[in-house]
Design a protein around this ligand. Structure first.
Ligand code: AMP
Ligand code: MG
Length: 335
């Protein structure tokens, strides 16, 4: 399949992209979190094509993207808390899970009775969804198990030849996927993101945090995506748990390995395969760069292991740590 890449983004080209969605095609598009791979959420065949293009297991449900928070009314059973969350955080990087209405096919929800909804704030995403006039089901626009795409180039590399169109916009501002909260049956954080637990608590004081956020899951987790290997570059990622000094000492003879570190780790940045993810004091910067840095290691042919620090778990740091732990397949070394 020939994939059309749209570099010149305007109402004419976005209308063409919207038409592609309406006629059952797949279009990758930028959002404020990561790039999404979109298809018509009302069309079971489009959902199947999404799973196929990504190589994603079809019991891992898709998030549906809406132009306005009120549009959720058509696709799921909303409640008061949904509207309180919407008023505070939408449009923006928050996904809310609610009981689905019949119009949403089970192909989109991986067979579940609930559906995940999100209203992106990115202006290109917003206009594209508005022009499509249908909800857009979109997982991240990467091949399944790879780090999520935060730059148009990542999407082009993973999905060229597999989908109809790629809207090649700017780099994503946030860099990690949306915060996911389920309200069905009660408020629970399933995936951390830019919107933090403390912020959610202001609206849902009783919010629980799923065990799967930082722990390896046995049995069926609340969010099927948490079962799978995820965010992984080609080389094996290992997290190092210990002081900065212990990390420097441990890595002293690891000159052949990939090293993910902080801007402040000048000691490590002298190594051949060291890359900085951002300042140690800025989890926000780490979030923005994390997936791009993990992908950079794929360009270095001869490394088989990448060592990364256990990052701080407060605020958006929890989102960074959640992704890193999965990238490492839960391999954590006490040093
Ligand atoms: P991605 O599409 O790559 O951003 O991942 C979406 C995440 O949302 C996956 O971890 C899914 O398992 C999760 N998700 C989507 N819909 C639901 C749902 N109805 N219930 C629970 N988790 C969901
Ligand atoms: Mg994903």
């Amino acid at each position: 399949m020939d994939t059309k890449i749209i570099n010149d983004i305007n109402d004419t080209t976005l209308t063409e992209a919207a038409e592609t969605i309406k006629s059952g095609g797949l279009v990758a598009f930028p959002t404020e979190t990561v790039y999404g791979l979109g298809g018509n959420a009302l069309d079971p065949t489009a959902a199947k094509k999404i799973y196929e293009a990504k190589g994603r297991p079809s019991n891992n449900p898709l998030i549906i993207h809406l132009a306005e928070p009120e549009d959720a009314e058509k696709y799921c059973y909303t409640n008061e808390i949904y509207y309180k969350l919407a008023q505070r955080f939408m449009p923006g990087p928050l996904t809310v899970i609610l009981p689905k209405k019949d119009i949403i096919p089970y192909e989109v929800t991986g067979g579940l009775e609930t559906v995940a909804v999100r209203v992106p704030s990115d202006p290109v995403a917003h206009r594209f969804i508005e022009l499509a006039g249908v909800p857009i089901a979109a997982p991240s626009a990467n091949l399944s198990t790879k780090p999520s795409p935060t730059m148009a180039g990542h999407v082009i590399r993973d999905l060229s030849g597999r989908i109809d169109m790629i809207i090649a916009g700017d780099d994503c501002d946030i860099g990690v996927e949306s915060t996911i909260i389920t309200l069905s049956p009660k408020a629970k954080l399933l995936r951390p993101g830019l919107i933090t637990v403390d912020e959610l608590r202001e609206i849902c004081p009783d919010i629980e945090i799923s065990d799967a956020v930082l722990n390896q899951h046995t049995g069926r987790p609340e969010s099927p995506g948490m079962m799978y290997k995820h965010y992984s570059p080609r080389a094996n990622v290992v997290l190092l748990c210990g002081s900065d000094e212990a990390r420097y000492e441990f890595l002293r003879d690891k000159t052949d390995c990939g090293i993910l570190c902080y801007n402040e780790d000048t000691e490590l940045l002298r190594y051949r395969y060291a890359k900085a993810v951002g300042s140690k004091s800025s989890p926000k910067e780490q979030a923005k760069n994390l997936f791009a840095r993990l992908r950079d290691f794929d360009e270095i042919e001869n490394i088989t292991t990448i060592y990364a620090p256990m990052t701080a778990s407060e605020g958006i740091g929890l989102a960074v740590l959640n992704r890193l732990i999965r990238a490492a397949g839960f391999e954590i070394l006490d040093i």
